[in-house]
Design a protein around this ligand. Sequence first.
Ligand code: NAG
Ligand code: NAG
Length: 255
Amino acid sequence: MSSSSSSKRSVSLSLLALAIQLLFIHSVLSQSQDNAFLYHKCSDIEGNFTSRSPYESNLNSLFPRLSYSVPSSGFAALSTGNKPDNVNGLGLCRGDASPSDCRTCLATAIPELRKRCPNNKAGIIWYDNCLVKYSSTNFFGKIDYENRFYLYNVNNVSNPASFNTQTKAILTELTKKATAGGHQKLFATGEKSLGEKKLYGLVQCTRDLRSESCKACLDGIIGELPNCCDGKEGGRVVGGSCNVRYEIYPFVKIV
Ligand SMILES: *[C@@H]1O[C@H](CO)[C@@H](O)[C@H](O)[C@H]1NC(C)=O
Ligand SMILES: *[C@@H]1O[C@H](CO)[C@@H](O)[C@H](O)[C@H]1NC(C)=O
């Protein structure tokens, strides 16, 4: 082997080592960016699709379009194909996620959704930073009452009754803020003082909803807090059209 080809080889080996290091740093950073997988649900109520069907090809063209369209504004709702094989889908990033966090989240969520729901005509997946949903039914503008889950911090507060009142109050206030006339983002965050502690809240809807439907959706899930999060230090009610979260620590990124 000539010395020039061996030095080329050592350069490419060190480039490979650098690439591996960058991948490692990247995965550590992504974890610290708080983009955890939360939950998914596949549905076959609308039936299953078969491999190489028109539905599958419409689904395959939907996802790259969502990955492209969602990050700049944090939301997109799109349909691909013609009836009866058309697919409707949306992507929503958390209101405080940067376009780059949003893109990263979709790049994880979309392949994961395809893997978890390999031939379902409808499915949904949630991460901390984004939500992706698709269906053969046109669901745009309608409140999703089917898909819902709860998350909570196992720690109990010492004064549950007054704490519950405060969590409900901050989320109700944020709902008003997020759905006030002209508010395009259907997203609001805020904080409230609780003596020496602070309470932090977040509310968000998918932007296919009108603001009245967003308010109805949020009021509905705030009403479910007693079922999941009674006296808990932190809680989330997460649906396909809206979600709320409160914590006693700051969890919203400054944007
Ligand atoms: C869809 O496929 C799953 C398994 O892949 C099966 O259990 C289910 O019955 C199918 N549903 C319909 C409506 O065909
Ligand atoms: C919180 O309270 C519930 C119900 O009283 C109890 O089952 C649970 O163990 C408590 N959690 C902690 C972390 O103490």
